[in-house]
Design a protein around this ligand. Structure first.
Ligand SMILES: Nc1ncnc2c1ncn2[C@@H]1O[C@H](COP(=O)(O)OP(=O)(O)OP(=O)(O)O)[C@@H](O)[C@H]1O
Ligand SMILES: [Mg+2]
Length: 247
């Protein structure tokens, strides 16, 4: 579904070059939720932007195995901050990604409402972003991405700015949505616990330039228990990998 083949990326700024990614190869099967785990500044957002086609890699290539559909966006992205339009009501923010297609306004509204229900915001449609909590705003951003029914969902630390309780709630919700929709999701995070709680597979991005230093499959069924014995070894292993990445 998503194939990264020997991705390399170097930024050039004022004649100075920073090699951020080198030799990244990864295949993500359709329907998987893969967490990309790595420390701040390592190149996680850069990698996500390469997958989204927002950045052209210097070496290698990205293959997205998607069905082209003129009425639909195949790839949607959720950012660290909600990035809502403050002058639009919640439902209209959630419908934003549908506006370039051929849908009638009633159809757009219906899809937006369905996505809002999926993230637990039924009944909030008529509010404005400033009338929501931060966690609710982040849910609207998730609904906006889900409303277009993308085949691939790219998420860049979407819950990082939230308090621990809200964050855990949204992680559970995402795991539930993934189980219900079976979308292919790439989820960037610097939290080991978050990665282990939601993902089928965790890859570790480390080093300078960054490359993938570990790939761990997590078979524990959802819903998962936090801090459970079945994932304790995994957490320890990923922690070691982050602290001392294998060469
Ligand atoms: N447009 C750019 N020009 C030059 N350097 C850049 C550019 N964008 C990012 N970088 C550099 O690339 C490196 C990786 O940045 P990136 O945003 O991918 O990190 P990250 O892993 O997402 O970090 P965080 O967890 O803090 O979001 C950093 O050293 C950053 O300074
Ligand atoms: Mg980032």
């Amino acid at each position: 579904m998503i194939k990264l083949d020997n991705i390399g990326l170097t930024f050039t700024r004022d004649g100075e070059q920073t090699e951020v990614l080198r030799g990244l190869t990864l295949a993500i099967p359709a329907g998987h939720l893969v967490a990309v785990l790595g420390p701040s500044g390592v190149g996680k957002s850069t990698l996500l932007r390469v997958i989204a086609g927002l950045l052209e890699p210097n070496t290698g290539g990205v293959t997205l195995d998607i069905t082209p559909d003129r009425n639909k966006l195949s790839v949607a992205m959720v950012f660290q901050d909600a990035r809502l339009l403050p002058w639009r009501k919640v439902w209209s923010n959630a419908a934003f990604g549908l506006e370039h297609g051929q849908l009638s306004s009633a159809e757009r509204r219906a899809k937006a409402e369905a996505a809002l229900a999926l993230v637990g915001l039924a009944g909030f449609s008529e509010r404005y972003p400033h009338e929501l909590s931060g966690g609710q705003r982040q849910r609207v951003a998730l609904a906006r991405a889900l409303a277009v029914e993308p085949e691939i969902l790219l998420m860049d630390e979407p819950f990082a700015a939230l308090d621990a309780i809200t964050r855990e709630g949204l992680q559970d919700e995402l795991a539930r949505i993934h189980a219900a929709t079976r979308k292919t999701i790439v989820f960037v995070t610097h939290s080991i616990d978050e990665a282990v709680h939601i993902a089928n597979e965790v890859v570790v991005l480390a080093g300078r330039p960054a490359h993938l230093t570990a790939k761990v499959t997590i078979d524990a069924p959802q819903p998962r228990r936090r801090g459970g014995a079945e994932t304790a070894d995994l957490v320890a292993r990923l922690r070691a990998e982050l602290l001392e990445p294998a060469a």
